[in-house]
Unconditional design. Structure first.
Lengths: 70, 463
């Protein structure tokens, strides 16, 4: 996780999202990604137990939808 | 009436309107004259709805004359950040991408303000798509700080803060995803409250980050913030995050003071690195709160070091997800700083986003038990710095602006900024008070107690 983020790393990340950028932009982006990765590594190192993100909330049953109009 | 109608508070104007000693038409005209005189320098408005506002004011006057007074916002001129839908008006989000969008219907907030009788004066400038804390906008031009027009207002609700501080309107709606109500409020010397996540509907609001977006008002007094929040709070089925928890009477606890409240003053994260004038004003504000009868409790805030990374890992990918099409098709139409943040958002692996959401669940529980189990309010400086010159406001400025405010977007707690002093060169400084989830009443009570004991909120910019 602490490996330096290179211009090519930044380029790969953007390509996966359907973006492209000049070398100059990638050179600006790489340090930002480096900081983001370090922050993410700090989160990953925490013991968060079995806790997950907030759960999916299914919509109410059809009868309730008719009753409440939503 | 006198010539300074624009400086009345809502709480002062409302009884005059109810008794028909003050006409909403005169109030709207006073604000429009003020906009005409000053907005060329302040650049607070994007779309001024002068004709619509005058018509609405006449309608309000007729209703009141017929005995149908709606309450303290009836006939009060308000501005709306240009990211909330206002039916029939453009909603540009301060962006070239949305320049030609005209809203077909009101946002939930706009609708509730209209139902309360408020008069919509127009839409207000902002940091492009609300993704930035300075208010510097290459497309609409930067809103300018009424206390020094060479300085930033803070953002992203830049025009909202400038307009309220300069007396162009009585209240303005802002949004706060990482600081964007509280920072401009602090830098422009007005009150701004970010309510609990889910307290105010985001329906009809251009999203920045669904997990972190909050909507809240900016006003010149805490009492006015309570009045506006009362009108806009409450469940809305159109916002999946909207809470069904009952809305209390926010004005009821005003005046109860802070005696007996336990006010936490966090060390390290929120205290280190403050500008000298900001630190002095904050320390004096805390002493003042103690002198009013609050018990001060120093504490070490848990998990603050991880919070900024978690917020970025949630906000930026969500922002990119919404703006992905524009980033692919029209990247050159997006301002440099916003494009950079969206590119960062594009590059986050999914696992980092999920870890941040897991962290949020954990840290909320830790703060619920370890902080708000012992403390009624947390006090911090809102921003580490006062308003910087527009031309030198960059990423390091942004860091110093958002640092103390954005942990409370992750936590989703209510937080208010109220004026607590000025720098040596006359720029406002903000005090942030943070409360338990859905306890806006205590936040407002604490802020109003402080405000009553000081005169910072009653000072006016030298325009």
């Amino acid at each position: 996780m602490n490996q330096p983020i290179t211009r090519e790393d930044a380029r790969s990340s953007l390509i996966r999202a359907g973006l492209s950028a000049s070398d100059e932009r990638l050179d600006l982006l790489a340090p930002g990604l480096q900081i983001a990765r370090a922050a993410a590594a700090a989160l990953a190192a925490l013991d968060m137990g079995y806790r997950g993100p907030a759960p999916f909330r299914p919509p109410p049953p059809a009868d309730a939808q008719r009753t409440h109009g939503n | 009436m006198g010539t300074d109608l624009h400086w009345l508070s809502i709480a002062e104007a409302a009884p005059l309107i109810e008794r028909r000693e003050l006409s909403p038409v005169d109030l709207v005209d006073a604000c429009l004259e003020r906009v005409e005189a000053l907005d060329g320098r302040l650049n607070a408005f994007i779309t001024l709805l002068a004709d619509e506002a005058r018509a609405a004011a006449r309608g309000a006057a007729d209703e009141i004359a017929n005995g149908a007074y709606r309450g303290p916002l009836h006939g009060i001129p308000v501005g709306i950040k240009d990211i909330f839908a206002v039916a029939g008006a453009p909603m540009t989000a301060g962006s070239l991408i949305f320049r030609d969008v005209v809203s077909e219907e009101d946002s939930a907030v706009t609708g509730r303000l209209r139902e309360a009788g408020a008069v919509i004066l127009g839409t207000l400038n902002l940091h492009e798509i609300a993704l930035g804390a300075t208010g510097v906008n290459p497309h609409t031009g930067s809103a300018r700080n009424p206390w020094n027009t060479g300085r930033i207002t803070g953002g992203s609700s830049s025009g909202a803060a400038a307009a309220v501080a300069a007396g162009l309107c009585f209240a303005a709606m802002g949004t706060d995803t990482g600081c964007s109500v509280r920072i401009p409020a602090a830098l422009c010397g007005v009150a701004g409250i970010k309510p609990t996540f889910g307290r105010v509907s985001r329906r009809g609001l251009l999203p920045l980050s669904w997990s972190l977006d909050h909507a809240g008002p900016l006003t010149r007094t805490t009492e006015d913030a309570a009045i506006v929040l009362q009108a806009i709070a409450g469940h809305d089925a159109g916002d999946p995050a909207s809470s069904r928890i009952d809305v209390p009477d926010y004005s009821a606890a005003l005046g109860d003071g802070v005696r007996g409240l336990r006010v936490g003053v966090p060390d390290r994260y929120f205290g280190d690195g403050l500008d000298t004038d900001v630190e002095a004003a904050f320390r004096e504000a805390v002493r003042q709160i103690e002198s009013l009868g609050a018990e001060l409790i120093e504490f070490s805030p848990p998990h603050t070091d991880e919070m900024p990374g978690a917020i970025a890992a949630i906000m930026l990918p969500e922002a990119f997800a919404f703006h992905q099409k524009a980033m692919r098709e029209r990247p050159d139409d997006i301002g440099e700083d916003v494009r950079y943040r969206l590119e960062l958002g594009a590059a986050y692996p999914a696992v980092e986003y999920i870890q941040a959401l897991r962290f949020r669940e954990m840290v909320v529980e830790v703060w619920r038990k370890d902080v708000f189990g012992e403390i009624d309010l947390v006090a911090t400086a809102t921003s580490m710095i006062a308003a910087r010159p527009i031309e030198v406001s960059d990423l390091s400025t942004t860091f110093s602006l958002i640092h103390n405010a954005n942990p409370f977007n992750l936590l989703g707690t209510p937080a208010i900024s109220v004026p607590c002093g000025f720098t040596g060169d006359g720029l406002p400084i903000g005090l942030q008070l943070v409360g338990r989830w859905f306890d806006e009443a205590t936040v407002l009570r604490g802020a109003q107690a402080y405000e009553t004991a000081t005169d910072w909120h009653s000072r006016r910019p030298p325009l």
